[in-house]
Design a protein around this ligand. Sequence first.
Ligand code: AGP
Length: 646
Amino acid sequence: MCGIIGVTGRADALEMLLDGLDRLEYRGYDSAGVALSTEAGTWRARSAGSRSLADLRKLAEAAPPAAAGIGHTRWATHGHPTEANAHPHLDCTGSIALVHNGIVENAAAIATRLVAGGHRLTSETDSEVLVHLVEAHLGELLGDPTGSGAAGTGSSRGVPRGSEPDTAHGPAPGSSVLGEAVRRALVEVRGSFAVVVAWSGDPTRLVATRRVSPLVLGTAAGGAVMVASDVPALLGRAERFWTLDDGQVAELVPGGIVVTDVAGAPAQARPLEVAWNLEQARKGGFPDFMSKEIAEQPQAVADTLAGRLTADGTVGLDEIRVSPDELRQVDKVVLVACGSSYHAALVAKFAIEHWARVPVDVDIASEFRYRDPILDPRTLVVGVSQSGETVDTLQAVRHGRDLGARTLVVCNVVDSSMAREADGVLYTRAGPEIGVAATKTHLAQLAALQVLALHLAQVRGRLDTERAGRLLAGLADLPSLVARAVDRAGAVAEVAQRYRSVRDVFFIGRHVGYPVAMEGALKLKEISYVRAEAYPAGELKHGPIALIEPDALVVAVATRTPLWEKLLANVEEVRSRGAQVVLVANDGDEETARLAQAVLWVPRCEALLSPLVDVVPLQQFAYAVARANGRDVDRPRNLAKTVTVE
Ligand code: AGP
């Protein structure tokens, strides 16, 4: 998740860009950059690191005057957070600049074709291929038969400012040659994008388009026209706002916006009413980051899966830097993690053992190295950590490495300490998570670990393509299933209101439902300060059931996993002792519902994937109870987002 912005029609375009990037920094802060379009050419400045925006302001002191420009603040998903990978990216001529938010799934194939066509790519990112695609199509539209744009000439190409292109080959009426080049370029792209393009060949025009990733347009008196990833960057600057539909192309020129559809025909942007202050806008209109991040979960899962489920029924994980041959030699997997990441690892154990038939240990990271674990080069130690900085997990991964094991981390932060030290990395792509309680990063971890399990199974010959195709289809359905669960926050909040004064809650589950119960208990205790403990439902009769008394609240994960019937028997045990029962149950499952005082309904899916869906109402339940008790859900007491102490 990155922040992009574009401004034209303002003499102080650069100041607006820098101020807008400050406001978008919560969308990502690995690096930042701006590019200005002038008659003399395109001027660019970029900076990477924790002070990237401050450093960019210093660099901007050398900028030429310009009335148009684009900017970007980055959350790395492909390529290290370095200056070379920072946006804006330039084409070979240095005259076209582009900023991108999203994931180009077919970047490698496009890059191969571009390089063969004479283009020079200078970064590790997927985004850079976009600016070279625009260059190639612009070259064709301007009559360059090679179609490779002005690759290598270094000169600023393009039609004189404001002149119309050759419409015999060029764009539909109402669009410029740059707009048509952007449209044609992005038709070749698989994946998600919001892009803004500037070109010194038409220096006051910006072209913006999107698919899945967000984009907001704004206009103000005096001719200023703006575009940004979302509203915060434009608040107080724009007076009117619009959004674009997927595939629509907006061409911003001083005083106006020309919108065309995916075919290049005239179209209309959709007016957007904005009644937020800046703080509200950063939260996208949500009351806090946690509720916003719960709502972002479908996108976080979709982005994490993007490009990893190939159309031919295989799982593509080349980027993990642990080869199929090495994975075939693995005879044990050890997952090490803390908190919500530990719960994700517990789910992964089921998936890896079931699909890959490799024995899996799951350890609390802070205990792992003190149990004198038996590791060797055939062990794969997998650290699961959204921050990639949790010292307990980092030390556990290091211990595995020191004992000769291969190490892999599943992580949400590119170039984090764990990512740098492990042999391989599988990145989640949830974007920055501001709320202390893990939500979208937890789901992204569950998705990434499922993909890892299938990859292990495939490279070890445990999964034929037909069965893999079916499983990958199940994975591909997850974003929409998670979205359906997310959309039920209101119904969950009603149930939570009934129990807002509860002081003690039991969470129970079986099979993959038990880690889900553990995550539900953690969410409730860490943001509402209500005592909540999770138990394997079959374990109640071995002691904990002594705690059940009339009106005790028991939340059970009762979706159709393989042990569903046994789980229901455990629910009967607590009901017979007077407990209040809230059940997470599959849509339409009235047989289960009859046992409950309240049901948190979820759509049904493959049992091993069900934690991604079943955990959502438990996040929402914890959130609603915490809010009803006036808790600060984003910054709960005693906690930090990343625990960098042992
Ligand atoms: C979960 O809501 C908490 N924020 C905490 O348990 C967290 O999952 C744990 O500290 C691990 O963090 P990591 O994923 O960054 O390693």
